[in-house]
Write a protein that binds this ligand. Sequence first.
Ligand code: UDX
Length: 434
Amino acid sequence: MRVAMIGTGYVGLVSGACFADFGHVVCCVDKDPSKIDRLNQGQIPIFEPGLDALVASNVRDGRLSFVLDGAEAIRTADAVFIAVGTPSRRGDGHADLSYVYAAAEEIAGLIDGFTVVVTKSTVPVGTGDEIERIIRARRPDAEFAVVSNPEFLREGAAIEDFKRPDRVVVGTEDDRARVVMAEIYRPLSLNETPILFTARRTSELIKYAANAFLALKITFINEMADLCEAVGADVQQVARGIGLDKRIGSKFLNAGPGYGGSCFPKDTLALVRTATDAGSPVRLVETTVQVNDARKKAMAGRIAGALGGELKGRTVAMLGLTFKPNTDDMRDSPALDVIPALIARGATVQAFDPEGMEEAARLLDDVQFKDGPYEAVAGADVVVILTEWNQFRALDLDRVKLLMRQPVMVDLRNVYRPEDMRARGFAYTSVGRT
Ligand code: UDX
């Protein structure tokens, strides 16, 4: 199959590279000349384990290319994927669809022969209808079908998630489009991945419902963690105790500082707006958004609490800045709430993150960025683990203790065990464990 991929962000680049690896001929299109230049030189604009090698091998084999002008690729494509950004619209939280509609306009002018137009971007229910209307208005003669095919990959595990997904969802009522989509995903159906064909609007909603449910699950365990602290229980054992029930499932029950990232915060908000507009409010999701926002803000108070409530003149070592490990993505990271609050209360912040510091430096003022975890903890009054990078799981704790002004740790990801840390002489607090 010939595939054109519009947008080389996270989803576009990973999907494009993986489709090429499935054996399809993929051309990725982006309006940003410097991005295309860099991709053509083999430089990957995001940090995603394994992506550089996957891109390199498929470019070498002639199945993957990057271009600024997508005209030829779109004209010859069996399927054109729209994988452009849908950021939160400033002010109202609705998804901003201007990039999606601009892509639809561009595609409309170029369709040649039956073409499947696929939205991979996360788009609100009804967007497929609008894309269809845009293309039809401009090209009443064109033969095409608009399909919804949401992407569920996680940053940091994107290739694995794409190649071994729990399911693929395809929303279309068009038989010819079904055949094309089944062919594109054939390597996965050979692996027995369920391919769920639904109506287009249903597919669009599945993506939002999945993200909202996961955000809700995390928020639930975060509230249980607070309750555990109040009543003297252990949230990790609660998570295991409930997660072994197959109806609940054990994943996404790690308590922490609140969810962040490029999807959950934006998509929960967009779902709330869609539901309100449709006259069918989703109160659980509304509450999830509020509870999570409040939680991220409350984390500075926890850190202050570990220092007797006073942050003025204290030095905080922050290990981890990205919203989760194995990414350089800072979008909606708890760090963006916690660090300014610490600084506003008079603390000095020394931070280290293996991949996120360049981006963090653009978003955070007055932070002293350090070259490694031990440099960050030197002279600190408290060390905070904010992101569970592997290298923070096996710190030389005796060295940490010697370097710090006093051995105090706030472990917001429950990386260490309270009894071990106390035995080593740390004043240690974590989440949902006493
Ligand atoms: C998410 C969805 O998982 C993915 O299916 C969708 O396509 C995009 O959004 P991503 O944002 O990459 O993926 O990361 P994810 O691993 O889901 O984590 C999101 C946030 O939740 C992170 O801040 C993470 O730290 C937090 N989280 C996750 C928890 O606090 N506890 C958990 O148990 C799991």
